[in-house]
Write a protein of this length. Sequence first.
Length: 273
Amino acid sequence: MNTDQNSTVVLITGGSSGIGKSIGTFLHNKGYIVYGTSRNPAKFPNFEPFTLLQLDVADTNSIKSAIDEIEQEHGRLDILINNAGAGIMGAIEEVPREEILKNFTTNYFGPIDVTKATLPLMRKQGHGLVINITSIAGYMGLPFRGIYSASKGALEITTEAWRMELKSFNIEMCNIAPGDFATNIAAGRYHVPIIADSPYKEVYGDTLKLMNDHVDSGSDPMEMAKVVYKIIKTKNPKVHYKVGVFMQKFSIVLKRILPDKMYERLLMNHYKL
């Protein structure tokens, strides 16, 4: 997609911090009309440099209201970036069912509902671009992150199907899978408490610390913003993009070429299981 960026309208879900805010700031500085979203914009009274709308990906009414507001203001919505997401950690045996459903609502059903609400407008205007922010974790089952991996992996696969359905409408769709970035995702992530008599107590506690360390030492989210900009300026975007340090991206290649059990052993050694 390669439109006049000074009149191009962009909506980024989860735009109040982290990757979403970095993407929004970068595109705003490039001259795009940018809207971010938050479940509670009132928490950010002096937010800048772009506009924050109220939107909860779990609430279809709030989704419709945000899309309607943009349409009334501009009559168009050129680019949707499904960035809102939630982390979740814990031994699958110990993760409450309601937390699994909540995570899939945010990471999977939410992006689907926001996209569904956006497509009629994109179809009417004759073009559009949808970018789904997934995760490198979505390419593999990671211990104590299995639910997160599954929700992001589901979005990756759904995008593969959906983009084919949208081709005839001149609407593009693709994924960007980030590795570890220095954001506040760890603070907002649900994690099963370390239970005193849990059979997973020791190894889960170690993994939890390892994951937090990875996020704290992660890459600059502005790298994601640059990839988004590159995709926007590309006529025919690829299906999948990966952004992260070499070993994170290479782990996907290894999964493709190594026998399953050998790859599993590499992961178990990494997590000291």
